[in-house]
Design a protein around this ligand. Structure first.
Ligand SMILES: Cc1cc2nc3c(=O)[nH]c(=O)nc-3n(C[C@H](O)[C@H](O)[C@H](O)COP(=O)(O)OP(=O)(O)OC[C@H]3O[C@@H](n4cnc5c(N)ncnc54)[C@H](O)[C@@H]3O)c2cc1C
Length: 413
């Protein structure tokens, strides 16, 4: 008689939920224990800065699985419980009340918002956005606020600014760089986001450092900038990046370097411990490098790959990086990765001023990444171009009459 195996997943976010799902879909018949420190069953975070924040997406729609789903699949979902310790040698995890043995362990603990450390950062009315309760608090704040200051013009800051405008608030976007998203997109495409927000009445304070959040009776009333200017605000949103939740793994002696270091099979140096999602710094064979991506699609797809490897089916995670964003009436998808060596040029195809275009980041004649804005059905072609590593003719890339799939198929190796 064989004893039943126990697979434990720490972190009941998207990566954890998708791993649990894949274990059952792939026929794992042992125990699956999915432990999360939030009280909510696994949910998607992208709506928290979009439809759910704006009141157009119902709460029930954000969940990854229906309420009875875990029970029906014999997945032991434990909510509101924090794992405090991993003992790799003993194959155990510890919560406040229990020690649980595992045969295989997946760490999918995600990430947490980076906190501001300036004076006044703890005042009421200063908001961060990661959990469903944060989104609800922000929605309530936008309903009563006249002026909103958003600190940080990354994806969260920009989507939140758009939601605040939709709620009728005056919005000031405070960013220390000279353009929103400059480090992610480069100046050519970052400028299109600056223009989008200007067109929707957002005031931009670029090249601006935050000195202090000022307040009255413990409630934020504005943001004092390093140059002395004060941006008055009834609500302040901070979106200055995230840090991976690596403490557990580090304390367990697993290598951590900007995330838990895993190979292309999402395995740590301990063959019984895996990591996936925001917390994982995984090796991408296609790109020849380790990357920690804070993307919904990485969590969605890494969970099942980790599950396959936990079951002993050697599977590589080799997706082309992909993410999306929605702001106002502007939807976009980005596929690929530019990397620290940068790009030579951005080639545009379509109508940039009209907000319907594709941008390609090109180095040495090869497409590193492409971003389609209000232009749909082209992701496969962009991924094919990126994956091929082939040299493309920039004139063909820019020409909307040239079918993108054809360009990809006929690019010179
Ligand atoms: C507001 C918002 C909007 C976003 N929009 C987009 C978007 O438009 N496009 C896009 O590509 N990406 C987007 N993202 C990013 C995307 O949601 C994340 O990449 C994804 O949620 C990562 O999933 P994960 O499962 O790795 O981590 P998480 O979703 O962070 O889940 C990890 C879970 O583990 C729990 N946990 C941590 N430590 C422990 C512990 N010790 N014990 C038990 N539980 C623990 C955490 O509380 C959390 O519930 C957005 C993120 C946010 C916050």
């Amino acid at each position: 008689m064989t004893t039943q195996q126990t697979f434990v997943i720490v972190g009941a976010g998207l990566a954890g939920a998708k791993a649990a799902e894949a274990l059952r879909t792939n026929g794992f018949g042992g125990k699956v224990i999915l432990i999360g420190d939030e009280d909510e069953r696994p949910y998607d975070r992208p709506p928290l800065s979009k439809g759910y924040l704006q009141g157009t997406t119902e709460r029930e729609k954000i969940y990854i699985h229906p309420a009875q789903w875990h029970l029906e699949r014999d997945i032991d979902l434990r909510l509101g419980i924090r794992v405090n310790d991993i003992d790799c040698a003993a194959h155990e995890v510890k919560t406040a009340g229990e020690t649980l043995g595992y045969d295989k362990l997946l760490v999918a603990t995600g990430s947490a918002p980076r906190r501001l450390t300036v004076p006044g950062a703890d005042l009421a009315g200063v908001h961060y956005l990661r959990r469903v309760a944060d989104s609800e608090a922000l929605k309530a704040a936008f309903a009563s606020a006249q002026r909103v200051a958003v600190i940080g013009a990354g994806w969260i800051g920009l989507e939140t600014a758009a939601a605040a405008r939709a709620a009728g608030c005056q919005v000031t976007l405070i960013e220390r760089g000279k353009l929103p998203l400059l480090a992610v997109l480069g100046a050519e495409v970052a400028e299109t986001y600056a223009a989008l927000h200007r067109a929707h009445g957002v005031e931009g304070r670029m090249n601006a450092g935050v000195a202090e959040i000022i307040g009255d009776s413990d409630k934020a009333t504005g943001v004092r900038l390093v140059d002395g200017d004060v941006v008055a605000a009834d609500a302040v949103v901070v979106g200055v990046g995230i840090t991976p939740n690596t403490e557990l793994a580090a304390a367990a002696g697993l290598p951590v370097d900007n995330g838990i270091v895993v190979d292309e099979h999402l395995a740590t140096i301990d063959p019984d411990v895996f990591a996936a999602g925001d917390v994982a710094n995984s090796y991408y064979p296609l790109l020849g490098t380790h990357l920690r991506l804070e993307h919904w699609s990485a969590a969605l797809n890494q969970g099942p790959v980790a599950a396959a490897n936990m079951m002993g089916t050697l599977t590589s995670y080799d997706h082309v990086p992909y993410f999306f964003s929605d702001q106002y009436d502007c939807g976009m998808e980005y596929s690929g990765y530019v990397g620290p060596d940068g790009y030579d040029e951005v080639v545009f195809r379509g109508d940039v001023a009209g907000g319907e275009f594709i941008a390609f980041w090109v180095r040495d004649g090869r497409v590193l990444a492409g971003m389609n804005v209000n232009t749909w059905g082209v992701t496969d072609a962009i991924e094919a171009l990126v994956r091929s590593g082939a040299r493309v003719d920039p004139a063909k890339l820019a020409d909307p009459e040239e079918l993108l799939m054809y360009v990809a198929a006929n690019a010179a190796r």
